[in-house]
Design a protein around this ligand. Sequence first.
Ligand code: GDP
Ligand code: GDP
Length: 428
Amino acid sequence: MGNLVAIVGRPNVGKSTLFNRLTKTRQAIVNEEAGTTRDRQYGKTEWLGREFSVVDTGGWVVNSDDIFEEEIRKQVLMAVDEADVILFVVDVMNGVTDLDEQVAAILRRAKKPVLLVANKTDNHELQYNAPEFYSLGLGDPYCISAVTGSGTGDMMDLIVSKFKKESDEILDEDIPRFAVVGRPNAGKSSIVNAFIGEDRNIVTEIAGTNKFGFDFYLVDTAGIRKKNKVNEDLEYYSVIRSIRSIENADVCILMVDATRGIESQDLNIFSLIQKNAKGLVVVVNKWDLVKDKTVKVMKTFEDAIRNRFAPFVDFPIIFASALTKQRILKVLEEARDVYENRMTRIPTARLNEEMLPLIEAYPPPSIKGKYIKIKYITQLPNTQVPSFVYFANLPQYVKEPYRRFLENKMREKWKLTGTPINIYIRQK
Ligand code: GDP
Ligand code: GDP
């Protein structure tokens, strides 16, 4: 089970600077794709061998300078609800402000570990300002500088020491874990009920054979049913709430509402799924409400979804109704198939037989008169998603479009629907 650290505080104290410092290096390794603006809000990091996620609650607000007190209050409540450890950032150059006091009042009541982080302590003199923060009633202020990095290592030690023990829950590794995710009112609880209603005490966190004909876990179903009125209306709240389910799943069943189409929340949740390299099945729910159910309309829906999620477009889309239970079995079957695709192993001989002739016919474009040769391909063992290494004489000259070409060809040849794959080009 992953731990989640939330950064809270009023605007301009350095939350996003701290977020970047905590997550940047790690993200660059995990995600070779170009960064999106959404990267500001959620990232992963590792310290002392513990991997955890970090959320910058300020990152969701478009213009954080005009932020309303009410908005901050909601962010803090959300962090208290969802995070395992809260970093409350204050600014030693500015001292205690009214907003700091309001945030502190909420955090003092929270039953979660809170670290009071006195940021912008760029030098020793500034440390002498820190005692002022004792008045917030949250214990010792922790002096750091997000800009220089000073104090952040010790702070990380402290964060990790607050985490829950590694979970000792025993889950069968060979049974797929599905998470149902989506924005509020997309129909998550309804579909989970439809799944469970088929055979009441089987699914949820406990595995068992059931009348769908195969075993699976549904992760975090309790979280879906527990509604939180305070924060339901916050755009990004559903996004933060899905983090844990996504991290704990192999395949995510992303519910979208047929009557609303794809909106920014759907995209944000999709982005979390991508960032965690999880399998994906998209369910266009409430299909019963769509009057014109022609093939043409379905095609339009499909194209619109794939356009919004591009460049990742190879995933199943099911038109379903949690209410009438139309195609809900199909949803589970697709999720199971994606799970299997995610574990695909392609023998080296087949990879080379199939791909090398293609590469020969369409080689990477030469750069500065240099020819790029790909000689050998192999799949890496024991990876989270299928990962392939293409050995080349000049790997730095193989650009993104060509990598995409290789990926598309592989997706045509093998069953990789719904799963991300990695393609690495390395020196032979
Ligand atoms: P946020 O609104 O809380 O996310 O704050 P930002 O991370 O955007 O930082 C606000 C301003 O404070 C920016 O100009 C940062 O460069 C600056 N800042 C952040 N951390 C530090 C620090 O450790 N020292 C100094 N001197 N400035 C910092
Ligand atoms: P959640 O917030 O994502 O868990 O969404 P709910 O499952 O609570 O559903 C929100 C609302 O949409 C409820 O009123 C449901 O009855 C309704 N709903 C969910 N699925 C469907 C569906 O497939 N068809 C129709 N017509 N309504 C649905």
